[in-house]
Design a protein around this ligand. Structure first.
Ligand SMILES: [Zn+2]
Length: 346
């Protein structure tokens, strides 16, 4: 993916912002001159001028989410509604088609903002959830410009620090995909300090690991995300992406046993999701193929063993002499099955 998209948007320049047009909601972009940016919509011609908003940090800023050492001020903020984006806000199932999510996003953007309290938190969560889901749908459709515009638009609307962190982490991931570690670090620098929810810290760690993968290499990825099959520190929907990254790092270091162990643990926890995340980001190709081959081999063994068992039982039932071939098949299946099992763990 090139830094400048086919439509002329520069997705790598740290001074460029990508938003949605205030009239037609098409993506628009411009470069900050000081604190101000002029955006001109190529589709409907609307001119917008936006001032860079001061970062609404609750702490001292600059410190990454999961390294906080002090407790947040007592009563500084209410606990948010949820930080797990797999839980849809009221009125949604998470299975809505792209158009429904888009329409809901546009109406959420236009809706009046509740002043304070539960209603405000609920609105922040709805905006975050819709923007993250739409961004993911756009990314899967290889539309990196819209995937980014919706996230930057959400950042203008969301106040709750945990939700801002989720949006910023996704923006950082997009920046790495646009080959701009500098822009990615810029987004991560804006992650509010001292966030502790495992869903949020997993998300931020994954973004940091993507940057580390580009800048420092696989060892740095494992330092951030942990090693092997241990999934305890990972939570939320980005957990599977963390496992795909970890598998990829083991693979690049030639640690194929650890790679397979991480992958197998992730596949048990997340089923098909792991494979689709890895394919989307081009991660752990060797281990993916290896796991697929092992799965196919295990299935063949199972069929062969059942066939052999059937033949043996039939011979027994008909009082025929015991055939040797099926017994041999059962023995071979047992041995290969044990070898498969032993080579997976440790
Ligand atoms: Zn427009």
């Amino acid at each position: 993916m090139s830094a400048t998209s086919a439509t002329g948007f520069d997705l790598a320049d740290p001074r460029v912002t990508v938003r949605e047009c205030s009239s037609c909601h098409s993506p628009v972009s411009g470069r900050f001159e000081g604190r101000v940016v002029s955006l001109s919509c190529g589709y409907c011609g609307t001119e917008d001028t936006i001032e860079r908003a001061p970062e609404p940090t609750s702490g001292d800023g600059g410190e990454s989410a999961y390294r906080g050492k002090e407790r947040p001020r007592e009563g500084a903020r209410r606990p948010p509604i949820t930080m797990d984006l797999t839980i849809p806000p009221p009125g949604f199932t998470g299975k809505e088609p792209v158009e429904t999510i888009r329409a809901a996003w546009l109406s959420a953007k236009a809706a009046p903002v509740p002043d304070e309290g539960h209603e405000r938190d609920l609105r922040d969560y709805q905006v975050t959830w819709l923007a993250c889901l739409e961004s993911a749908q756009r990314l899967r459709a290889r539309d990196a410009v819209r995937a980014r515009a919706v996230l930057e638009a959400a950042l203008d609307l969301v106040e709750q620090p945990s939700y801002r962190a989720l949006v910023l982490a996704r923006l950082a991931r997009l920046a790495v995909q646009a080959k701009s570690a500098e822009l990615a670090k810029g987004w991560l620098d804006r992650v509010p300090a001292k966030l502790r929810a495992p869903e949020v810290t997993t998300d931020v760690r994954v973004a940091e690991a993507f940057v580390a993968r580009e800048v420092e290499g696989p060892r740095a990825v494992l330092e951030i995300l942990g090693r092997g099959a241990d999934l305890d520190a990972l939570a939320g929907p980005t957990r599977l992406l963390a496992i795909a990254l970890r598998t990829d790092a083991h693979e690049k270091l030639g640690e194929s046993k650890e790679a397979l162990a991480a992958w197998t643990a992730g596949a048990k926890a997340g089923g098909m999701g792991l494979g689709s995340f890895a394919a989307l980001y081009g991660l752990a190709e060797g281990t993916r193929k290896r796991a697929l081959r092992r799965g196919a081999l295990a299935l063949c063994l199972l069929f062969a063993a059942f066939w052999a068992l059937f033949v043996v039982l039939r011979a027994n039932h008909n009082h025929e002499p015991m055939p040797l071939a099926p017994l041999a098949v059962i023995a071979v299946a047992l041995v290969v099955g044990l070898v498969l099992r032993a080579s997976r763990s440790r």
